[in-house]
Design a protein around this ligand. Structure first.
Ligand SMILES: Cc1ncc(COP(=O)(O)O)c(C=O)c1O
Length: 470
């Protein structure tokens, strides 16, 4: 392509994105289309001859890209959304333009050194010991898989390996354990207490029972921000226990970990620095575009022991002891340059902006809890923890059985989905069907949250009235 044509297309793409970002708050947080509709517009033979690039971009912007959950919308409260920063987006563009493969030091020494630098930043933020290290991964699922493989390899007899997690742990862990070769029946799900935190006594009994039966407990997972409730497991107690029992402690801090940037979050996550490994997702509360997961391990040699293999075709890439090859620390050989987006965002805005943005999410979650507590129409199911709050419509003066309550809350969720600008999702902590807000977008204001809660109350009261008129 001629340079002018390249620049024209880049300008068109940049304008598309900047317009989208600025119009976003006025639009709905979700749009989607049924399969038949999308199939009719998109299924075709790939063209034999190319078309003008501007038409291709314009068609993608019209027929494909709008049909998504707008995860960066200030009222996107479902699941674990995230809002990007513009320098982060540009970093992905630049890394792709330079065609970086952050696999080995020989192939990408600058990017590899930057990955070490950013991981060192993460290490310091968590208060993790000096010498700890890790790598960027696609996300929290991949980070947990790498951690389980390292934990399994570090155990003496991995053949009868068992792993432990709470009933609030992300399903990514169950899946990662299975992929890492732990048999399904050896993944132990430990009950959580009334605050959705792993029950230490239940954990200790299960481990003792397993040891007596000849199993080898290789890893215990702790939540540092469970996705349903935001719950933080008792990290210091779990670290004591794992140390005493010589079991690998992995902390899932995929969404919650960056709370350490503000004082309140740091205090809430005390103990995280004692884990053997920690998974973090910069594509969640560090405002980066997908994919930007990270695994930190206390001792990077444990990762290298688990993953290093001799590749004949890559023998030239072994370049001394102080030049780590990230492809020897995890699953991926070819790897995109994920550290650049974190680095460019932080260089552009500075740490103070990130600290404020994370603290703002925690503050809004607390205000949500206060609002729910003060409302006669809503009931708190799980208190604000990091950025998550679960609640349900349950008017104090309405006489409803559990079934009707769940039906009304499901109806509210559907009404929010179709009739409101916000997107929220649900969870069922300890079996209670609940509406859930996860508030970690740096653009979200209290007005966004308050109006969403008011819509929930309005739809809820309409549901209650319909129920009573039946
Ligand atoms: C607490 C937690 N752990 C793990 C994951 C899985 O991470 P990823 O989607 O980056 O693979 C998520 C995803 O939302 C999460 O919230």
């Amino acid at each position: 392509m001629a340079p002018e044509a390249m620049l024209d297309l880049a300008r068109q793409a940049a304008e598309l994105l900047v317009n989208r970002i600025h119009k976003l708050p006025g639009e709905g947080a979700w749009d989607g289309e049924f399969r038949e509709g999308l199939l009719a517009t998109l299924m075709e033979e790939p063209p034999e001859q190319g078309r003008p690039g501007d038409e291709v971009i314009e068609r993608a912007a019209r027929e494909i890209l709008p049909y998504t959950l707008r995860l960066d919308h200030p009222r996107s409260f479902g699941f674990v959304s995230s809002a990007t920063t513009w320098p982060g987006v540009l970093a992905d563009f630049i890394a792709a333009g330079y065609n970086i493969n952050a696999c080995t030091w020989l192939v990408a020494s600058g990017p590899s050194q930057l990955e070490l630098v950013v991981i060192e930043w993460f290490r310091r933020w968590l208060g993790y010991p000096e010498g700890a290290g890790g790598l960027f991964t696609s996300g929290g699922s991949a980070a947990s898989l790498d951690a389980f493989v390292a934990a399994r390899e570090a155990a003496d007899h991995p053949e009868r390996a068992t792993v432990y997690m709470s009933d609030q742990s992300h399903t990514a862990f169950y899946r990662a354990a299975i992929i890492a070769g732990i048999r399904r029946e050896c993944v132990r799900v430990v009950p959580s207490d009334d605050r959705f935190r792993l029950d230490m006594q239940a954990l200790a009994s299960r481990v003792a029972e397993d040891r007596a039966a000849g199993y080898v407990p290789v890893a215990i997972c702790a939540n540092a921000g469970a996705s349903s409730t935001g719950a933080i497991d008792p990290l210091p107690e779990m670290a004591d226990y794992c140390e005493a029992e010589d079991i690998w402690l992995h902390v899932d801090a995929a969404y919650g970990g960056f709370a350490v940037l503000c004082d309140e979050g740091k205090a809430a996550l005390r103990g995280i620095e004692r884990a053997d490994s920690v998974g973090l997702d910069a594509h969640k509360w560090l405002f980066q575009p997908y994919e930007a997961g990270c695994l930190l391990v206390r001792d990077p040699a444990t990762l290298e022991k688990a993953f290093e293999v001799h590749h004949d075709v890559l023998q030239d890439t072994v370049w001394g002891a102080n030049h780590p090859n990230f492809s020897d620390r995890g699953l991926q050989l070819s790897r995109s340059f994920r550290a650049l987006k974190v680095w460019m965002s932080i260089q552009t805005f500075g740490m103070a902006a990130f600290r404020d943005a994370v603290a703002n999410g925690m503050r809004l979650a607390r205000r949500t809890e206060e609002y729910v507590e003060a409302s006669s129409k809503l009931e708190l199911v799980s208190p604000a923890s990091l950025g998550v709050v679960c609640f349900r419509v349950n008017p104090q003066d309405a006489d409803m059985d559990e079934e009707s309550r769940e039906r009304i809350n499901r109806q509210v969720l559907a009404r929010m989905f179709w009739d409101d600008r916000a997107f929220i999702s649900s969870a069922s902590p300890h079996g209670i069907f609940s509406l859930r807000l996860c508030i970690i977008n740096h653009n979200t204001t209290w007005t966004d949250v308050r109006e969403t809660l008011q819509a929930v109350e309005r739809f809820g009261m309409q549901g209650v009235a319909n129920q009573q008129n039946r």
